[in-house]
Design a protein around this ligand. Structure first.
Ligand SMILES: NC(=O)c1ccc[n+]([C@@H]2O[C@H](COP(=O)([O-])OP(=O)(O)OC[C@H]3O[C@@H](n4cnc5c(N)ncnc54)[C@H](OP(=O)(O)O)[C@@H]3O)[C@@H](O)[C@H]2O)c1
Length: 294
């Protein structure tokens, strides 16, 4: 059935100039009426503005990709932690309330960093989170805000994902991904020390955007979903795959996390088990697509 554009669902994307936001615009643009807002259009930490502006546009679906993602800064600087709590925690509640008021479906993203990382077999959607970093705590606050409104009949999908990579979003502040950082470093050195720990799955933002579309269209049950590409890797193993694909000669040296100290603790094993949806394609296929774009 072809739905005329005028009758297609109206989707509001928040954080549209970010990395995932950009891919959602690309994937959803042809089939839906999109309203794409970023920081300058709506500061999601302003409760009144969130209510007012969402009420004005009355979207059928709200997708929130806006987030505070500076994991180490948040750990070290108390003011940054407060900012992160507001953006990753309280603001999710503001949007959820606005979604309830206009009866929108609310889609929000969380992270593997809500888990402690002590379960080698991986974490299922129903497993109890125990973050070990302040950033993880703030993302869990957002999850709790959602769950609170779910008891009030909020229609929602909470998607946990990990290690995003893909084309950079339009915003200058959009976080550079791990592979871009490795490539940049490899321009000036012929040997890279890379952490060979922190086992989890990488996720191509284009694939995550497609999976989000599928979740909407297949009308899956509301709740928590784990979406990552298929296959588990350390940072070192993933970098090996990158340089193999690029056929670039470089010495990669595996190191322990302890030899690359960072302010925030990272989970050692944070594999997100997907027990509800069909598996995503393999990480290596997604990385090949990304490398072709570079
Ligand atoms: N990156 C990862 O590896 C990773 C891993 C697991 C989960 N996630 C989650 O996946 C989601 C998407 O992440 P991403 O990497 O695509 O994020 P991103 O590129 O950092 O984009 C975030 C966007 O949010 C906007 N924003 C910041 N503060 C805002 C505010 N107060 N009001 C409105 N917009 C604001 C930013 O705009 P400005 O730049 O203009 O401030 C930016 O465009 C997030 O929920 C993130 O926590 C990410």
């Amino acid at each position: 059935m072809i739905i005329p554009m005028g009758q297609a669902d109206k989707i509001l994307i928040l954080g549209a100039r970010g990395n995932l936001g950009g891919q959602l615009m690309r994937v959803l643009g042809n089939n839906y009426r999109l309203i794409c807002w970023d920081h300058e259009d709506l500061d999601i930490t302003n409760r009144n503005e969130v209510n007012k502006k969402i009420y004005e546009v009355k979207p059928n679906i709200i997708i929130n990709t806006a987030a505070y993602n500076a994991v180490d800064k948040c750990e070290e600087v108390p003011e940054e932690y407060q900012k992160a709590k507001l953006l990753n925690g309280d603001a999710v509640g503001f949007i959820a309330d606005a979604a309830l008021s206009v009866n929108s479906l609310f889609i929000h993203y969380s992270t593997d960093y809500v888990f402690a990382g002590d379960k080698q077999t991986g974490y299922a959607e129903k497993d109890e989170p125990h973050p070990i970093s302040k950033y993880g705590e703030t993302k869990l606050l957002g999850e709790r805000e959602l769950e609170l409104r779910a008891r009030n009949s909020l229609k929602y999908y909470l998607i946990r994902t990990s290690k995003l990579f893909g084309p950079k979003g339009e915003s200058d502040m959009a976080k550079p991904n791990f592979f871009d950082i490795m490539l940049k470093k490899s321009e000036t050195v012929d040997r890279l020390d890379i952490v060979n720990e922190e086992v989890s799955a990488f996720t191509y933002t284009f694939d995550l955007a497609c999976a989000t579309k599928e979740l909407i269209e297949a009308k899956h049950k509301f709740g928590i979903y784990h979406i990552t590409n298929n296959g588990v890797y350390t940072w070192f193993e993933a970098a090996q795959e990158l340089f193999k694909l690029l056929k670039k000669d470089i010495i990669l040296n595996p190191i322990a996390s302890a030899n690359y100290p960072r302010p925030a603790k990272r989970p050692v094993f944070s594999i997100l088990l997907n027990t509800k949806l069909k598996p995503q394609r393999k990480f290596i296929e997604a990385l090949r697509d990304y490398v072709e774009l570079l």
